[in-house]
Design a protein around this ligand. Sequence first.
Ligand SMILES: Nc1ncnc2c1ncn2[C@@H]1O[C@H](COP(=O)(O)OP(=O)(O)OP(=O)(O)O)[C@@H](O)[C@H]1O
Length: 294
Amino acid sequence: MTKGAAPVVCFQQFSYRYPNSDFYALKNINLQLHKGSIVGLIGPTGAGKTTLIKSVNGIIPHTEGGTCSGQVLLNGCPTVNLSTASIGRLVGTVMDDPESQIICLDVEQELVFGMENYGVPPEQMEQRLTAALAGAGISHLRYRSTGSLSGGQKQRLAIAAALALLPEILVLDEPTSELDPLGTEEIFAVLKEINRQQGITVLVAEQKTELLARYCDQLVILSDGEIALAGTPREVFGNPKVYQLGVTLPQVTELAWQLNRDSCLFPVTLEEGVDFCRTWLSGGGGKKCKVSLT
Ligand SMILES: Nc1ncnc2c1ncn2[C@@H]1O[C@H](COP(=O)(O)OP(=O)(O)OP(=O)(O)O)[C@@H](O)[C@H]1O
């Protein structure tokens, strides 16, 4: 993550109202995404997560219309001044329902179709195709029919299709909503790997806070269209305010909070949770916080 450099995505006092709506779905958003970071977006239903993601990939305002104030900058350029095609080259998108994104009958065609749409020269396609399939961990599925793929494989295909366009930024809206825990873990491992290898900046809306705590550099909690909390997973999950925001915490954080609300450092990973419990037990913590372990 390059923190000193100019942010790849910058929200400046950005507010947005959908057409025919009488309220702002996003209010006064100030947010910077730095190159190579993985940023998790959390919030209860209706908080504005999808709206924020659509403000990065240009669907807002280009496709949705509506009313904006402030601006969203991609590499310093306001999205309103960029065409949807140029935003599409910069920002890859994976939505929560891969079925709605998959158009072609087989995996290879799916990637080629996207590249053709974006005018990728034919001589570059094979190299991009191979790299994108490898990046998403589905090289072995290249000639499979898309209809025969599992939910997790479809999610990976949607990621590969985005990667084939060489995006600088990847936005994902609840990409694991239909996956089991193993499939979910695999998708996050893929995201971490492409982030590490290719330096792609990742913005992911996701409810599974355990995973976000482990994989993200920064978390943003949205509440009623506003940023309620932002910071590292530790800063966000260690802030007592998080309990009022309707966010399901990582179980180890919740446990530590219930055991000792006076703690100044809450665990966010399983390993830290084990350490916390050992310290708590050896220090007679039970006497301090009057919480029964039974
Ligand atoms: N096309 C639309 N027209 C009018 N209002 C909309 C539209 N899409 C979303 N909204 C409203 O904007 C607010 C934010 O919605 P958004 O979908 O961004 O929330 P979210 O946090 O992604 O929710 P969820 O977790 O349920 O997907 C909600 O009140 C929603 O009803």
